[in-house]
Ligand binder design. Structure first.
Ligand code: G6P
Length: 366
């Protein structure tokens, strides 16, 4: 009811703004990066495994796609991410030394549960879930678990569950890296310090809301949008496009920016807004040339630029600058303006934000 919503118009908006608190709660009690954060016996499991298989659906699948970059980049562990409904029905090559990681807000998604059971039937006994509901079937059926503390999520379009999953998965990557001897103590300490600063960093990103509302007014009249990202931010582009289609019914697609020339460039006109997630990493120069390709075809760019990039607003290029540069944790910050963009575009179009047509919060039947 209205009392619960406080100053917010919808649960989704409230949940977007709860993210600093949700991350703080998810990291509460984390004194050090130790396997036991994931349950008793995690140390032995982490020693034994040689690869990771992530299974999930929807937004949770995109947090898995992001985690792959951390698991391979930081922990150097070969990682596969698979849509649960695909995995459960295809023939795959099981490896008993794989850590099977399911990611689920509800812990009750039918396909994800079935995929987990399928993996176990194939002889994979090392199972871990990142889940927001401690009493769920998923937590009961996995040996290890990290419970995110997003709190109850009501909006059908997932927001705070996603960022808390990312926090938990980053801890998993750090913990595996430590067990496997792939990080130094001081590297872990510095990552942990950045994690602790996330609630403050998220709050400054949320303060960008007025600028995002300006973008949303321009998106409200469009029927298509393209999202581009590279590397760690490619899954964030995918998540931004998913948020937009779920609640605004605007057709949105995300592409790894390097694939632009292999198809989507043919769609670019002045009626196709192109959202670009542009963190200041090694791929920035390449991303800038992708942006020129869009401009040359009259496409209008909406750029989420990192604090220390030199991309400026000009004709056809709208830049919102992120308050801080955040290295490997930057996906947690860059997704927030995309959540707000979808939210405010939906408000401008007058759609039912918290209960979009045809969608359910938790898909417990196939
Ligand atoms: C539904 C929800 C999504 C969610 C997905 C997976 O499609 O609308 O927001 O990401 O299910 O749900 P889970 O509870 O497994 O994370």
């Amino acid at each position: 009811g209205a009392a619960e919503l406080g100053p917010y118009r919808h649960y989704m908006q409230k949940e977007i703004f709860e993210q600093p608190r949700a991350i703080a709660d998810t990291l509460e009690g984390v004194q050090a990066v130790v396997p036991e954060l994931f349950g008793d016996g995690a140390h032995r499991v982490f020693q034994d495994i040689d690869s990771v298989l992530i299974l999930a659906c929807g937004t949770s699948y995109y947090s898995g796609c992001t985690a792959k970059y951390w698991l391979e980049g930081i922990a150097k562990i070969p990682t596969q991410v698979e849509i649960a409904s695909e995995y459960r029905y295809r023939e795959s090559v099981p490896n008993p030394r794989t850590l099977v990681v399911t990611i689920s807000q509800s812990g009750e998604t039918a396909d994800t549960l079935a995929a987990l059971r399928h993996a176990r039937e194939l002889g994979m006994e090392h199972t871990l879930t990142v889940c927001n509901v401690s009493t769920s079937a998923m937590v009961r059926e996995c040996k290890l678990a990290y419970i995110t503390r997003a709190g109850v999520e009501i909006g059908v379009a997932s927001t705070k569950a996603f960022t808390t999953q990312l926090a938990a998965l980053f801890l998993l990557a750090l913990s595996l890296a430590e067990v496997k001897g792939r990080v130094t103590e001081s590297q872990v300490a510095s990552h942990l310090k950045s994690m602790r600063h996330l609630p403050a960093a998220l709050s400054s990103v949320l303060a960008l809301e007025p600028q995002i509302i300006g973008w949303a007014e321009q998106f409200a009249g469009k029927e298509n949008a393209l999202f581009l990202g590279r590397g760690l931010h490619y899954p964030i582009a995918l998540e931004g496009a998913l948020k937009l289609k779920e609640i605004t019914y605007i057709h949105a697609e995300a592409y790894a920016a390097g694939e632009l020339k292999h198809g989507p460039l043919a769609l670019v006109t002045s009626q196709m807004p192109v959202v670009t997630v542009a963190p200041n990493d090694t791929l920035l120069e390449k991303l800038k040339s992708n942006m020129q390709e869009v401009r040359a075809r009259g496409g209008v760019l909406y750029v989420l630029a990192d604090s220390d990039t030199r991309i400026e607003s000009e004709d056809g290029i709208n830049v919102i600058r992120m308050p801080e540069h955040y290295g490997p944790l930057s996906p947690l910050l860059h997704v927030v303006p995309l959540q707000l963009l979808a939210y405010h575009t939906a408000c401008a179009r007058g759609t039912d934000v918290d209960k979009p047509r045809n969608l359910a919060k938790s898909v417990t039947v196939e």
